[in-house]
Design a protein around this ligand. Structure first.
Ligand code: PEP
Length: 250
């Protein structure tokens, strides 16, 4: 099965020229490797110029955030319609770095709903800040899913992607173990099935947090995930090429 690799460029690179170079290289690699689909999530200001003229294929585009209101006086924000108009099909919602800036589970819920209504696929991020020895991380994930997904969203689970990104593994030196991801994937599905029924079984789940060419294959084979959400490595062509090759072989 094809793996879905989401490249979250965050606030990188500095110029459009560099962004274009990085995108062209990402596109070239994706074209060579049959087993992967890539969603490039560049800074919003680069989105349209990169996406324009691209044919639908194994590379597509996403925003790193959207606002839940359709339009109006929201300085600095971007709407779902604007993101769609810029030719993106996905939106990362509730990334840990945005939650750290104050985004709540209720904001996430409104954004997921707005994305679904507007025809974008939400990539809803969840994950605990710290991992202790108890089961708190499961409780936190349950709460993030409970509040983040409305009843309406529950009717459209096939259009939603859940990205499990334990905050302690983002920007770290080591990814989480695939075995731990497998446990969490089972927990996410069970939680969704209990609330929304059978459709919860087939929810797409990504893992994110310090993924690279060395650990990506193991995570895809043993982590019970559809794909990966990649930060730092996605803006380094060489490292991303190693990662994509590992994913294509997995
Ligand atoms: C992220 O920020 O979503 C992420 C996974 O970052 P990194 O790959 O750099 O840990």
């Amino acid at each position: 099965m094809k793996s879905l690799i989401v490249a979250n460029w965050k606030m990188n690179p500095k110029t459009y020229k560099e962004a274009k170079k990085l995108f062209d290289e990402t596109k070239r690699l994706t074209g060579l490797l049959k087993g992967v689909s890539v969603v490039v999530c560049p800074p919003a200001v680069f989105l349209r110029s990169l996406a324009i003229g691209q044919r639908a294929g194994r590379i597509s585009f996403g925003a790193q955030n959207v606002h839940f209101e359709a339009q109006g006086s929201y300085t600095g924000e971007i709407s779902v319609a604007q993101v769609k108009d810029a030719k993106a099909a996905y939106a990362i919602i509730g990334h840990a770095e945005r939650r750290a800036m104050g985004e709540t589970n209720y904001d996430v819920r409104k954004k997921v709903d707005a994305a679904l209504v507007g025809g974008l696929t939400p990539i809803m991020c969840i994950g605990e800040k710290e991992r202790g020895h108890g089961a708190e991380h499961f409780e936190l994930a349950r709460e993030q899913l409970r509040v983040g997904l409305s009843e309406d969203a529950g009717k459209r689970l096939s259009k939603i992607i859940i990205a499990y990104e334990p905050v302690w593994a983002i920007g770290a030196t080591k990814a989480m173990e695939p075995r731990q991801m497998h446990e969490m994937a089972i927990f996410i599905r069970k939680t969704l099935v209990e609330r929304f029924g059978e459709a919860g079984h087939s929810i797409k789940i990504l893992y994110g947090g310090s993924v690279d060419g060395k650990n990506a294959g193991d995570m895809l084979r043993n982590g019970d995930v559809t794909g990966l959400l990649v930060g730092r490595v996605s803006v380094d062509s060489q490292a991303f090429s190693e990662l994509l090759r590992a994913c294509a072989e997995a």
